[in-house]
Ligand binder design. Structure first.
Ligand code: ATP
Ligand code: MG
Length: 193
């Protein structure tokens, strides 16, 4: 099994491009954000707890997302691997993922990082708020806290994966989704088998 990570700030286009990559390479796309939104929609206890954190622009506890990831790894038939979107988001999650995979005799194959400046994060998310109506996209204060959370807790993963020789980065700043997708597909082709 192959394990790839889609990395980048909120609104970088991780989810959008993950769908195309998953189809082309026959990978299962796992978005922890989408799984959490399913829990919220289903009104579970986990969903209720997560909603408070997500709607404030904070992360949910590592143990919660790691549980969801381990469950998702259980069913792996008919695919070449997994494409993780929005996970890991903390150094703790990255280290735990390495441990989870090591137990299975597996490893992370590569990180696909899509970089955009903070100014574009605001623009993209404000636009998405009009389309998707996500509560955590709704106000500049929440977006600002998500950006802060990204820089403080998620950005350190860049050094972690560079150190491991697994970090591959492209810009996600082109005006159209198609142009950005092309860059992401080219990046994926550079990742060794
Ligand atoms: P993008 O727009 O690039 O797809 P995003 O950052 O806008 O990404 P999601 O990845 O869907 O949005 O995440 C939404 C929220 O869910 C996060 O702000 C966070 O509160 C929570 N979340 C998702 N993944 C994790 C994770 N790995 N660890 C902790 N919290 C998470
Ligand atoms: Mg997403």
């Amino acid at each position: 099994m192959k394990y790839y990570i889609m990395f980048g700030p909120p609104g970088a286009g991780k989810g959008t491009h993950a769908v195309a990559l998953a189809e082309k390479y026959n990978l299962r796309h796992i978005s922890t954000g989408a799984l959490l939104r399913d829990e919220i929609a289903a009104g579970t206890a986990l969903g209720k707890e997560a909603k408070k954190l997500i709607d404030a622009g904070n992360l949910v506890p590592d143990s919660v997302v790691e549980g969801m990831i381990e469950t998702a790894f259980e069913t792996a038939s008919g695919i070449n691997g997994f494409l993780l979107d929005g996970f890991p988001r903390t150094l703790g999650q990255a280290k735990d993922l390495d441990a989870i995979l090591a137990k299975r005799g597996e490893k992370v194959n590569g990180v696909i990082s899509i970089m955009i400046p903070d100014s574009l994060v605001y623009e993209r998310i404000a636009h998405r708020a009009l389309i998707e109506g996500r509560a955590d996209d709704a106000s500049p204060e929440i977006i600002s806290n998500r950006i802060k959370t990204y820089h403080a807790q998620t950005e350190p993963l860049i050094a972690y994966y560079k150190e491991a020789g697994k970090y591959h980065e492209c810009l996600g700043t082109k005006p159209t989704i198609d142009e950005n997708r092309q860059l992401v597909l080219e990046l994926m082709e550079q990742i060794p088998e």
